[in-house]
Write a protein that binds this ligand. Structure first.
Ligand code: ADP
Ligand code: MG
Length: 312
């Protein structure tokens, strides 16, 4: 192999905003047949917006949002940012939610004083706000923290999820007080990006910690087969998903942006990070696409393969 071809390939990559870690990466791109795509921040913008709040206890909509916003103020998660923004009264909702759900924009809650913040990746956050213990997160994690969920709570959660929302339960002092519904938006280039992967003969698979209804909606929107969706995956589960596919004979590329994605990026045969992603994800990846656009993922794989063909 002549190293000149490799330099040309990686140099052209840099022009396109595609950073390839080293020549050995090119060979891996040739073997890849399956591309696992993280949802939030990779296929979607990761800029969520609160679309509604549904009270389920004794607190008002404004109170539920105020407690949730306070608890989330210590987290950098996209869900947390959106809830804090809504609690500060900074957003107008794109739509109002189902029956009994108040649009977030009608609420000017402000943030409560908060201390003792703790977060569980893929679970939720816990903090003491205004002397009350507040939990905000997914149902299984809320339950693990000793809060009982009634049938009515679960039904309300199911309704919010069926409506396509990322639904976060809020508990205050051990009682469920409400649900905050959020929505993310698919990135402009994601559908074309998935089509490009399929055009290259690759199988795209969606991977997310979010609920199945949201995952199915996003998959349908970008053209990923319904059977190729892994939802409700805990952070540790992402690396397991890569291993499982590898064990079944697949050669796997993983595309992600979050801290949670880093182990899966490292485990994959080819790790691809979004330039907008966390440093941890970028460090774990073989390729970084600076434009954070899924179209660049197919482009990176194509470019690497073409460079290899030139030098062989
Ligand atoms: P993704 O795979 O979509 O990037 P994560 O693994 O970060 O998602 O989170 C999975 C789920 O865990 C979320 O959909 C949410 O239910 C819950 N969760 C994670 N972080 C938070 C948080 N800061 N506040 C509330 N819920 C959270
Ligand atoms: Mg992500």
């Amino acid at each position: 192999a002549t190293p000149i071809g490799l330099l040309v390939g990686t140099g052209r990559g840099a022009q396109l905003g595609i950073l390839i870690r080293g020549p050995q990466v090119l060979e891996d791109t040739r073997r890849v047949d399956t591309v696992l795509l993280d949802k939030t921040g990779t296929v979607t913008t990761g800029h969520l917006a609160v679309t509604g709040v549904r009270p389920l206890g004794t607190l008002s909509v404004a109170q539920v949002l105020a407690y949730a916003g306070a608890a989330e103020s210590g987290s950098e998660h996209p869900i947390a940012r959106a809830i804090v923004e809504a609690a500060r009264g900074g957003i107008a909702p794109p739509e109002s939610g189902p029956e009994g759900t108040a649009p977030a924009g009608s609420i000017a809650a402000g943030l409560l004083p908060v201390r003792d913040f703790a977060s569980a990746p893929g679970g939720g956050v816990r903090a003491v706000a205004d002397s009350a213990v507040v939990l905000a997160g997914r149902a299984s994690w809320i339950r693990e923290n000793g809060v009982a969920l009634s049938e009515a709570d679960m039904a309300a959660l199911g309704e919010a999820q069926q409506a396509g929302a990322t639904a976060i339960l809020v508990a205050v002092d051990g009682r469920v007080e409400g649900i905050v519904s959020l929505r993310d938006t698919v990135k402009e280039g994601s559908a074309a990006g998935v089509a490009r992967l399929v055009g290259l003969g690759l199988r795209p698979v969606l991977l997310t910690g979010d609920n199945a209804a949201v995952a199915a909606g996003v998959a349908a929107e970008v053209g990923i087969a319904a059977g190729d969706v892994f939802a409700d995956v805990l952070p540790e589960g992402k690396v397991e998903a890569v291993k499982r596919l590898q064990a079944s004979g697949a050669v796997v590329a993983m595309v992600g942006d979050g801290v949670n994605d880093a182990p899966a990026l490292a485990q994959a045969d080819l790790g691809i990070a979004m330039g907008s992603g966390t440093d941890v994800a970028i460090e774990a990846a073989d390729i970084t696409v600076m434009g954070s656009d899924l179209r660049q993922v197919g482009q990176a794989i194509e470019l690497s393969r073409r460079t290899l063909a030139t030098i062989k």
